[in-house]
Ligand binder design. Structure first.
Ligand SMILES: Cc1ncc(COP(=O)(O)O)c(C=O)c1O
Length: 433
């Protein structure tokens, strides 16, 4: 509070007109007594209005995974801003973005939405109309955005609509089946009933801490979905951090559809979903049987000119193989550094890592599913760590202990994070009762 008097004062003024003092409610989720106000961010450094410079490992919860305002993105946005932003017509450049997506992710057809939530809602609709089945299958602890169908939890082995939802009036479990990640038997049993339209999943669970797939689990999802006429949809909004072609493009197996959001526009709201030729044909056939009218998919700003310009810059010039090489090698260094702290301080914690995403989990044993991952979370300890780290100059996302490495992240920022964590661990152990 002493270091951020302007942010504190701004919080008081904001409270006059913004509900609970913020323009969007998750800005209250930070562990500080008031959110720090960002003045600017460049590369992997964020500067507050009090002039505090923070090494940013949150990176907008992946929106800025490839750094804040990379110069080619900033130029593309500025150029497009002078030419109009929303016409409801394809702009020049759409053809290039389509080719970039197809070449990178190996799926021939694509559509653009404004958010990944919207893309997920779209693919669920398509899967249902194509298969003629109403149910979808998800994994306990997943998050795919503000998507009603997906807010189902498993408690004590029983599915239930998430209790915290605002204004929820129908029972989501009617059409959503939930099982634990890495549960081969439950997967086989659920798909054998042949009433599931799609499996919607992240190849690595990233929203409940991080849960890695056990060897063969992703391949089993692929095999069984194919065997039972269920579409496999990979939501790679976060796992695009696994490698240049995302997780499925780097490690396999390929899905029938895929969703990518957030970082693909570098912070400009946009997302995409891609699909195979078979799915494309099935989409056309399904639509031809319906009367004309609104499909229930998409919003006015979908595929607007700014989104297309942003994606062309990101895919063509920012999310390059060289950028990934840098990110992957630094993430590997971060893992070594964090493991060093854990060993030195004899902490009952571990580090999980895929690609450029590193997660510090405050239990000794890696969780193998959503229930175990939830049980492993210690919200009080996480908040304390985040607060102590931000006071030392390292910014983590307010949710769990996720650290993202961008192409702009420097080795010294990484070393500071490791040293800061070491200092936090020492301070905490000195003060432990
Ligand atoms: C895996 C995954 N999919 C989709 C989304 C939704 O993205 P958005 O909030 O941009 O709609 C998120 C958001 O964090 C996510 O983690």
């Amino acid at each position: 509070m002493a270091a951020n008097p302007k942010s504190a004062a701004a919080a008081n003024v904001r409270a006059k007109h913004w509900h609970q003092g913020v323009p969007f409610h998750w800005m209250r989720d930070w562990p500080s007594p008031f959110p720090l106000v960002a003045a600017s961010a460049e590369g992997a450094t964020l500067t507050t209005i009090d002039g505090q410079k923070l090494d940013d490992f949150c990176l907008g919860d992946t929106a800025a995974m490839f750094g804040h305002s990379p110069p080619s993105l900033a130029r593309a946005i500025a150029k497009q801003a002078k030419r109009g932003l929303g016409y409801m017509l394809p702009v020049e450049g759409v053809e290039r973005v389509g080719a970039l997506l197809a070449e990178r992710f190996g799926l021939p057809f694509w559509q653009v939405t404004t958010t990944a939530s919207e893309a997920n809602r779209a693919v669920i609709r398509w899967a249902r109309v194509i298969t003629g089945r109403s149910k979808i299958l998800i994994f306990n602890g997943c998050y795919h955005g503000a998507v009603d169908d997906v807010f189902v939890d498993m408690r004590g082995g029983v599915a239930e609509t998430r209790r915290s939802l605002v204004g929820q009036v129908y029972d989501i479990t009617q059409h959503t089946v939930v099982i634990e990640f890495n549960d081969f038997d439950a997967l086989a049993a659920a798909l054998a009933r042949e009433d599931i339209a799609c499996v919607l999943a992240e190849p690595v669970m990233t929203n409940v801490g991080m849960v890695l797939p056990q060897p063969g689990f992703l391949e089993e999802i692929r095999r069984l979905t194919q065997a039972h006429g269920t579409l496999l949809i990979w939501d790679e909004t976060h796992t695009i951090s696994s490698g240049w072609a995302g997780h499925s493009g780097t490690y396999g197996p390929a899905g029938d559809m895929m969703v990518i959001g957030k970082s693909i526009g570098g912070g400009v709201p946009c997302a995409v979903y891609g699909f195979t030729e078979d799915v494309a044909h099935a989409m056309i056939k399904a639509r031809s049987k319906l009367p004309p009218g609104h499909s229930g998919i998409g919003t006015t700003l979908s595929a607007n000119a700014l989104a297309i310009a942003a994606m062309e810059a990101m895919l063509g010039k920012v999310m390059t193989r060289e950028a990934y090489d840098h990110m992957l090698s630094l993430a590997a260094k971060l893992v070594v550094g964090l493991n060093g702290v854990i060993a030195r301080r004899a902490l009952p914690w571990h580090v999980t890592n895929v690609g450029t995403r590193v997660e510090l989990i405050c239990t000794p044993v890696p969780p193998k599913n959503g229930s175990e991952a939830r049980a492993a979370m210690d919200h009080e300890l996480e908040s304390l760590l985040h607060l102590m780290l931000v006071n030392r100059g390292s910014l983590l996302a307010p949710f769990h202990n996720m650290m993202l490495v961008s192409p702009a992240t420097a080795v010294d920022a990484l070393e500071r994070l490791v040293a800061n964590l070491d200092d936090c661990a020492q301070t905490l152990s000195e003060q432990a009762p």
